[in-house]
Design a protein. Sequence first.
Length: 359
Amino acid sequence: MNVVALVLLGSIACVLDLFVVYLLDTKQITLIWFLFLHLGVVLVFLLPAIYFFKKGRESKQWFLITISTAFLGPLGVVGSLFCMFVYLVVRHSSTPFEKWYTQIFPERELVEHDQLFAKLERVHSNQGQVENIVPFQEVFSFGSLIQKQTAIALITKRFHPAFSTILKMAVRDENNAIRVQAASAIAHIENQFTTRSVELGLTLKKDQENPEILYSIAKHYDDYAFSGLADRDSMDNYRKQALQAYRKVFAIWKDDKTIFESLIRLLLRSDLCKEAVTTIEQFIANSKEEPSKKMVLWYMEALYREKQYGKLRQVARQNYQYLTSQINHSLVVREVLELWGGIKHEQTAPLLPVSSTDP
């Protein structure tokens, strides 16, 4: 950029524009002539700006003074020249942008970001159960800003309903950046859910009795309802759609234990305990497999919520040994069984056809 030429042309253009304004103010020219003359002053800067731009030379100062002159007249010229003067004075002593950016976001933090992301991803993969969210909870309880941002990025990348608790923690974080990132992550997850819902709906229209598609739809709505990211009315609607699909799949795959457990779990979440009790009893009566401990406990929960206390006491008493046979059994389960069964470390035959191992 030729600074001398810019200053010289700027001074001349400022004087000319002031003179044009004077002529208009004294009514020696009309408004049309004023606009034409003002346009001529703007061209004084626009033509060199275009020339330097095409030659690949510094031209942003020329465009700056062109735009400011076009809208502000002589004040635009003076203001632009003043800004360029300040720029020339401080550019040698000011901090370059690259250095300033590096000071705010040092390289070591970027390395830390990559290392933490890899560590969390490795833990997530090795555990095999995405329900284990302890590492993420520790990050949001004790981690730094960049650690929290890394955790949110990984959760968004590999979202599972169990991670919704972490996102809710992030939305309530004291840092604005974390709250905004968490809200953006939730919006992204909701968008993915909607897109997937449309895809599954279109697939189902082609084959409405396909149990695999029905199971995918049921699990899709069930998982999102369990995440708790939607409002209450939406979650109720998702559970209803999931239940409808689970019932259709279970009617086709009556011996599938995974479908059965998913159906019972959702029935209990939806407070349809009477249907849960009936479904469990029918499944046990017709199934050749032995019921799992989880199934027995869900059966007891359904009986309790249906106020069938007599049958609950009988099930608790006769399944006490089976449910407490392992060393790492829950002490809470033992206490509940002893309370409802009215027993203390008794060994009795189970009411349900069970074995000593959990399938």
